[in-house]
Design a protein. Structure first.
Length: 159
């Protein structure tokens, strides 16, 4: 089974969102046979990836950074979307952190990088804004020799 993981920004301009959806679909459809998608289901790139992966027939593994992860969703709509995707997962992995901290996010991101055959990064190429951010996980994945596919629309800037 091919295992594809994701790391990416929570906030993306609309032109990046549409571009990323199409590019993720292209990457996933390029693989034959059974596929597992690994995501923490954060708002933004993680949820977009999970959506597309499920559409493409992948099994979803959710990697939960902390016991209180759900408190980080800004509103009931975000939380409902997270729970809806989580309910469709075939596996759930929980990091051993009580609280959602930068260390917990880093642990979840490195777990995904360590346990996938390829990492998709919806990333603007800039350094992470906090430990465990997209730039940190891309750096880690490359250091451990994981192939990384970067997706971002040229000229787009993250807010």
């Amino acid at each position: 089974m091919k295992r594809i993981g994701v790391t990416g920004h929570r906030s993306m301009p609309p032109e990046v969102y549409a571009h990323a959806r199409a590019a993720i679909r292209d990457v996933l459809r390029g693989h034959e046979g059974a596929m597992e998608a690994l995501s923490s289901l954060a708002v933004g790139a993680d949820q977009l990836f999970a959506d597309v992966a499920l559409e493409c027939g992948a099994e979803l593994t959710v990697v939960i950074p902390s016991g209180d992860y759900e408190t980080g969703f800004a509103d009931n709509g975000e939380l409902a979307r997270y729970r809806s995707l989580k309910d469709r997962a075939t596996q759930e992995v929980r990091m051993d952190y009580a609280h959602a901290t930068d260390e917990a996010y880093y642990a979840a991101g490195t777990f995904i990088a360590d346990n996938c055959d390829r990492l998709i990064a919806v990333w603007d190429g800039l350094p992470a804004r906090g430990r465990g951010g997209t730039g940190d996980i891309v750096t880690y994945a490359r250091e451990v020799g994981r192939p990384v596919t970067v997706i971002w629309r040229d000229g787009a800037r993250r807010g």
